[in-house]
Design a protein around this ligand. Structure first.
Ligand SMILES: [Zn+2]
Length: 243
């Protein structure tokens, strides 16, 4: 990933990104367990306290194992494609059993009933991390909007909106990393009188952390912070705060 320096006022995001307690440790955003080796260089890091960090680790292990089980249709480590996840499934039989117990069938298809609270915990941490790192926005409150699902469950129109780059209306925190990613493009549009005119647009695009594994977009515009995340080009999440 590009290494961008943060020049924004960061006094508000010094503590644990989750509980605002002392940041004893640093957490990668996204967590390495969501990525494959070799890991991208310059992964963002964000302050976190030990307690939150340990709680997240367990939920993250659950999440990566669940997602792989869904993708592979099995909790059998022999059938799990990601070697790192197959190892977790082998080493933590209780976790594997827990996911196996949630297995069900829907219309003849293997499905797993997710532990939504655990997924929420992980996605919220990731979203908070991206908001703090990219936008210099400490979003510690409960989000005003949260959605997690599959890309394929979105209608074509919603999918296009979800996947598109964002045309920025108002510029965000001066110096924040996201501000350095914004691109200005020239677009030609027709005026009301039918004349062509060039208009400058500020575009905020998705950041590919690792191809086909993890991408996100962090938007800070007109009083709303929106974080969208896609994992394995299958699972998607949107978290938003009014700021
Ligand atoms: Zn904490």
């Amino acid at each position: 990933m590009d290494q961008l320096n943060n020049y924004a006022d960061n006094r508000l995001i010094r503590g644990c990104i989750n509980c605002d307690g002392p940041a004893d440790t640093r957490d990668h955003i996204p967590s390495k367990c969501l990525l494959e080796q070799p890991y991208p260089e310059n992964l963002p890091v964000i302050g976190c306290c030990d307690t939150c960090n340990q709680n997240f680790s367990k939920d993250e292990q659950y999440l990566v194992c669940l997602l792989e089980s869904v993708l592979c249709g099995s909790t059998d480590p022999e059938k799990i494609r990601r070697p790192s996840v197959a190892r977790i499934m082998k080493n933590l039989p209780a976790l594997r059993q827990r996911i196996e117990d949630s297995r069900t069938e829907v219309d003849g298809q293997i499905a797993f009933v997710p532990e939504t609270k655990r997924i929420y915990n992980v996605m919220l941490k990731l979203a908070r991390g991206h908001a703090a790192f990219e936008l210099s926005q400490p979003c510690r409150t409960k989000p005003d909007h949260y959605w997690f699902g599959t890309l394929s469950s979105l209608s074509q129109e919603s999918r296009e909106t979800f996947d598109s780059a964002h045309f920025q209306q108002v510029l965000g925190e001066v110096g924040a990393r996201n501000m350095q990613r914004l691109m200005v493009i020239q677009m030609t549009q027709l005026s009301e009188s039918g004349e062509q005119q060039n208009v400058g647009m500020v575009v905020n695009d998705w950041v590919d952390v690792q191809e086909d594994r993890y991408r996100y977009i962090a938007i800070d515009d007109i009083g709303v912070v929106i974080i969208r995340i896609v994992i394995a080009e299958c699972f998607a999440c949107e978290v938003a705060w009014e700021v």
